[in-house]
Write a protein that binds this ligand. Structure first.
Ligand code: SAH
Ligand code: SF4
Ligand code: F3S
Length: 468
């Protein structure tokens, strides 16, 4: 590591000059796709001598990879930018050089020009389809100022231009296979910030997965805003479904676990359901948001399916894979949502039973149809609904976790725990599992006897290999 950090570079005239590493700090907000994008931005900048640091203080280049999904997520960016501006002033004052400040991600895409106006300290605004252009943009930041870089959606250009090598360590990795959304739910900004649905070709996905497996990755999570709508071009020129892609990935030596997120109920095809019954590598955990349990609200949201279709779909999935853990997303206080509609959401949750969930108060987003719909719900009412919904969801999650006690689950150990010797891994159902005296097993998939389960994690002990 130190040899790259302290490396000597040959200058154009042949003289050796010392090149201190340039420090890169990337702060990631929002979904897993932003986490993936941040890793790829670091990959693109590494050949330019940038090494990532885990704090902004002293960094030469700071990127905020932003999220626009709810108002609070977008507003965080501006308070962070104010702090960065001061940090840069202190850095310059102590003679430690400057700090380039960039805003990337979905806020950059949605309100690039406004960012430049509201916070002139920003040097660069880069949309989610343009981060492969970062090296070029960095060399011309002065000219790039005020431009909205990457406002056009051209995901194929981005993925083609990314370096094959991926940095990072650890036995799990994200892998974007699909980007964008054509569904236009009336509350959601994603179709505007990520563009139309587009799938990466199968060969590109397999090549990236092989490179990850060579690096010791045992589990990939395939990412897409509508990942189960995946239809990337196969080697024969015909599209692959997500199920077919999963079978191809499962052939890669070393890659033992495959997950995918986020799925839409309407794209949950029969072959994908069948793959869950058939393919050991496909983990029994499915994130399948429904948002609401009332047909009226689902229609207003333009979710394109009703409550019964979702409930029936879950039944079909569980018929194929009885132990499937289901996770959901919910929005409460959508415009026009009545107490009766909300009761329908609680009822759906009781029928489905979730292993985990994300739930939010509806946040009106500029430019989306729901923002100007009649019947906006008072915040106090929405909050009260959120608390009731979360109480039910947390109870279900706790029951699900506690029910693992006494079972033996295969755990992929990912990192060290807080206590000496402790390791933390994931069960097939994505539960965090804490095990003592297991830190020598990082990166391995090992049977663990579950001792207890609480709301957020499980405790287990290593099974004596001789007893299996
Ligand atoms: N593609 C996924 C969701 C992506 S956005 C799907 O179709 O389900 C992640 C989650 O953010 C959504 O599932 C939704 O629950 C929430 N969300 C999106 N827009 C929102 C808004 N305007 N207000 C509150 N929550 C929102
Ligand atoms: Fe947003 Fe709906 Fe697309 Fe999900 S399916 S990303 S909620 S528009
Ligand atoms: Fe946020 Fe963009 Fe993801 S709006 S949730 S970072 S796709």
């Amino acid at each position: 590591m130190t040899d790259t950090l302290e490396k000597l570079v040959e200058t154009a005239d042949g003289a050796a000059a010392s090149a201190a590493p340039k420090r890169l700090f990337i702060k990631t907000y929002g979904c897993q796709m932003n986490v993936y994008d941040s890793e790829r931005m670091a990959d693109v900048l590494r050949p330019l001598g940038y090494a990532t640091t885990d704090a902004p203080e002293g960094a030469d280049f700071v990127i905020l990879n932003t999220c626009h999904i709810r108002e609070r997520a977008a507003e965080k960016v501006y308070s962070e930018l104010g702090k960065l501006k001061q940090m840069r002033e202190r850095k310059v004052a102590r003679g430690d050089g400057g700090m380039t400040i960039a805003v990337a991600g979905c806020v950059a895409q949605a309100e690039g020009e406004e960012i430049m106006k509201r916070q002139p300290a920003v040097d660069l605004v880069v949309g989610p389809q343009a981060y492969h252009q970062l090296p070029e943009l960095l060399t011309r930041t002065a000219r790039a100022r005020g431009e909205r870089i990457g406002a056009d959606f051209a995901p194929h250009e981005k993925f083609d231009a990314l370096p094959a090598a991926r940095g990072g360590d650890g036995p799990t990795a994200f892998l974007t296979v699909q980007e964008g959304c054509d569904k236009f739910c009336t509350f959601c900004v994603v179709p505007y910030t990520r563009g139309a649905e587009w799938s990466r070709p199968v060969a590109a996905v397999l090549a990236e997965a092989r490179a990850l497996a060579d690096r010791g990755v045992r589990e990939v999570t395939l990412l897409g805003q509508n990942v189960n709508a995946y239809d990337g071009e196969g080697p024969d020129g015909k599209p692959y479904t997500l199920a077919r892609l999963a079978y191809a990935l499962a052939e890669i030596p070393g890659l033992d676990r495959i997950r995918y997120t986020t799925s839409h109920a309407n794209d949950m095809s029969d072959d994908l359901i069948a793959a869950h019954a058939d393919l050991d590598a496909l983990m029994p955990y499915l994130h399948l948001p429904v948002q609401a349990g009332s047909d009226r609200v689902l229609r207003l949201m333009n979710r394109k399916h009703g409550r019964q279709k979702y409930i029936d779909l879950i039944a079909r999935i569980r018929a194929a894979r009885p132990d499937m853990a289901i996770a959901g997303d919910f929005i409460v206080g959508f415009p026009g949502e009545t107490d009766r509609d909300f009761e329908d959401t609680l009822d759906l949750v009781r029928q489905v039973t979730y292993a985990g969930a994300f739930s939010f108060v509806y946040s009106p987003r500029p430019g989306t149809p729901a923002a100007t719909m009649a019947g906006q719900v008072e915040e106090a009412v929405a909050l009260e609904r959120l608390h009731r919904l979360q109480a039910l969801l947390f109870e279900q999650q706790t029951v699900f976790n506690a029910a693992q006690a006494g079972k033996t689950l295969k755990v992929l150990f990912e990192k060290k725990g807080r206590y000496d010797g402790q390791a933390i891994g994931r069960s097939p159902y994505l539960q965090a599992v804490h095990v003592d005296s297991a830190d020598h097993l990082l990166g391995q998939i090992v049977p663990v006897e579950i001792v207890s389960g609480a709301q957020n994690s499980l405790n287990g002990r290593l099974v004596d290999q001789g007893t299996i």
